[in-house]
Design a protein around this ligand. Structure first.
Ligand code: WTA
Length: 636
């Protein structure tokens, strides 16, 4: 074994005990967590019912906690609830009217603050405006907006009256947006005129125009947040957001919703085909995101919390919007790039607002590692207490850098493993728990996780296998929009078992700590963003020069993975650097900048099985100089 590997293993096996600062504020000790976990597994229904009653407001209590009609399940059946009441009204009524809900900042250092009382009024006005537009319970709207208070207000206004939102990350292209609008048959699209990144204005409205130019007959109205007053000359079906809500009443009774009514759809990539519309429902999602926000981040009443994600992803839905508001905390949101105008931007925000809990992705940590520790060293980061990680495995080097240079050895790190489908954190240590760099840790309350082989047999400690979850939890996805068979697949992949298969490879050590190694399928993870190989490949073959394409993920120092595409050109085309550039531009236009391959190689042939399936595994092994493995099914 080389020296490097030795060192890495040494670090993984080192246990970091929670620092004093963390233990003093911890809501749960390790022992309390262990007791609660035990109870949550022995009597999940009793456990969740007790928390649901204690932590949330219900208009009517449920008749039954849980029902499993395999593979479909329900939680809090018959319970009546409104998530915005839990996120807003109850705080306003309980003396938090003037507590800040969000502090928004942009790259230019402009700041906007909004209290719980003000947020409630804005949400109510917007909800009344949605009603005026004719939207009713069960209708869908698409939100294509940057990270702004207005974007969050619109999500909440939907939830207030039972409209299902589908947020599309504002980095996606017109085609990706169009697919999501037409699949969900959205009646209204909300957008902004622009966002700014690295000082450059990016026009979002024009992307919406392009998306709506085809196949979107379902859309009746477009509502635009004009970031500079009167920027646009509005067309017949277009409305100005502030003009629309200005005249509305600040009161709007929350719609009394069923616990199992849909809350939102969020599209995410699978290994094949187009993205799936993951559907979450209200009651279980509200409870689970509330409980994980509270205990995984150890949120105390006077804490300032900052999750650096974008509301376009599940992390933003659960841990910028619904979880933090339900527990009533103050969140920072920062539009723009982490390292602009300089690599000190994020640390200056931590210093200025005295941030206590900071939640980001390993790709960001690695970016800052590259800039060097002198950047965070310039700032007072002593307010920090809990550091979070999400989106991809955090390599032990990055973990230790984060711990030492951001946490100054006085913070706990919570490495939270979860997915769009799971709604909330599934595997992590809580802050008062011992931590092992690179290992996400233990299953959270109610989660029975294991690492097994293909047939579902348990494996010895530290052996690589499939991660499985053995029972539904409150915030588990309820279906895939319009494609129940894709939902059912999650629960039926391991024959003879009724387990959820996340499609991640993992190991479990002697202490029960789980380490996630990466995806088991053809899903890529570029800078913590989930991208399907099939999506990139179909974007590639839609270019006139491309006959066939296969893409693989390659290890990348900062992004975690980068995309490499192997392309067979149509006979009338000649390989050239110019053509590579053109094809990259094409993918950017089809899917968005995050899906553009870093590398393109023109090839004569692709490795295929005799039945014609591309063997990406073989391409990957060849590219990385790894053993080819079993090639008996290879065509030649
Ligand atoms: C990966 C993001 C290792 C994993 C919340 C999963 C992680 C996919 C971690 C889901 C983590 C997420 N350690 N891997 N802490 N968190 N992943 O749906 O492969 O965008 O299946 O949800 O990200 O990505 P998604």
């Amino acid at each position: 074994m080389s020296k490097k590997v030795d060192e890495v293993l040494l670090k993984i096996n080192k246990v970091y005990n929670p620092p004093k600062k963390v233990l003093e504020k911890a809501l749960l000790t390790k022992e309390q967590f262990d007791d609660m976990y035990k109870k949550s597994i022995e009597d999940p229904e009793g456990f969740w019912a007790e928390l649901a009653e204690k932590e949330l407001h219900w208009y009517k209590k449920w008749d039954k906690v849980f029902e499993w009609n395999f593979p479909y399940y329900k939680w809090f059946i018959g319970g009546k609830i409104n998530i915005t009441y839990n996120c807003l009204d109850r705080h306003v009524q309980n003396g938090k009217r003037n507590k800040l809900a969000y502090i928004w900042v942009d790259e230019d250092g402009i700041e906007k603050k909004i209290t719980y009382g003000e947020l409630l009024e804005l949400v109510n006005k917007t909800a009344n405006a949605l009603k005026e537009l004719g939207l009713k319970k069960g209708d869908r709207v698409v939100i294509y907006m940057p990270l702004t208070i207005e974007q969050i207000v619109i999500m909440l206004a939907c939830a207030r009256i039972g409209v299902i939102h589908s947020v599309v990350f504002a980095g996606f292209s017109a085609n990706a947006l169009r697919m999501r609008i037409s699949d969900a048959e959205a009646k209204v699209v909300f957008t902004s005129t622009w966002t700014k990144r690295r000082g450059k204005k990016i026009n979002l409205k024009s992307v919406v125009d392009e998306a709506l130019a085809q196949e979107c007959d379902c859309v009746e109205k477009v509502v635009i947040h004009q970031r500079d007053k009167g920027e646009l000359e509005l067309q017949e079906n277009e409305l100005d957001f502030y003009e629309l809500i200005e005249k509305q009443s600040p009161n709007c009774e929350p719609e009394i919703m069923d616990a199992e009514d849909p809350l939102f759809i969020l599209y995410t990539s699978g290994s094949t085909g187009k993205p799936k519309g993951v559907l979450h429902t209200i009651g279980g999602y509200n409870l689970y995101t509330h409980i994980t926000t509270k205990y995984v981040f150890d949120i105390n009443e006077d804490d300032i919390y900052w999750c650096t994600a974008d509301t376009g992803w599940i992390t933003g839905h659960s841990y910028i919007v619904y979880g933090p508001l339900s527990v009533g905390t103050t969140s920072i949101i920062a539009e723009g790039a982490p390292d602009y105008p300089d690599p000190g931007r994020w640390w200056s925000i931590v210093e200025k607002y005295r941030v206590n809990i900071f939640y980001t992705a390993p790709t960001a940590v690695r970016l800052f590692m590259k800039y060097g520790e002198e950047w965070p060293a310039k700032y007072d980061l002593s307010s920090l207490r809990v550091l979070g990680s999400v989106g991809e495995p955090i390599n032990p080097e990055a973990w230790i850098w984060y711990y030492e240079n951001i946490g100054r050895k006085q913070c706990s790190i919570v490495d939270t493993w979860w997915q769009t489908e799971t709604g909330g954190h599934m595997i992590t240590t809580i802050p008062s728990y011992p931590q092992k760099p690179g290992k996400a840790g233990k299953p959270f309350f109610g989660i029975e996780a294991d690492v097994v082989d293909e047939e579902g047999n348990p494996l010895p400690p530290n052996a690589e296998g499939y991660l499985v979850i053995k029972k539904p939890w409150p915030s588990a996805l309820r279906t895939c929009w319009g494609e129940p068979e894709r939902f059912e697949k999650y629960w039926t992949q391991i024959k003879g078992k009724q387990w959820y298969l996340p499609e991640d490879v993992a190991t479990k050590d002697e202490d029960g700590y789980i380490m996630i190694l990466g995806r088991a399928d053809d899903v890529l993870n570029v800078s913590g963003h989930r991208i399907g190989t099939a999506e990139v490949e179909s974007a590639l073959v839609s270019h006139p020069a491309v006959a066939e394409a296969a893409v693989i993920g390659k290890p990348h120092e900062i992004k975690g993975q980068s995309i490499k595409a192997f392309i067979i050109l149509k006979t009338s085309y000649e390989p050239s650097e110019e053509l590579k550039k053109e094809i990259k531009e094409h993918v950017k236009h089809e899917l968005g900048p995050i899906a553009v391959p870093d590398e393109i190689e023109f090839v004569e042939k692709l490795p295929k099985t005799r039945s014609g399936k591309i063997m990406r595994r073989v391409l990957r092994a060849k590219e990385l100089g790894l053993p080819l493995g079993d090639t008996s099914t290879l065509e030649d």
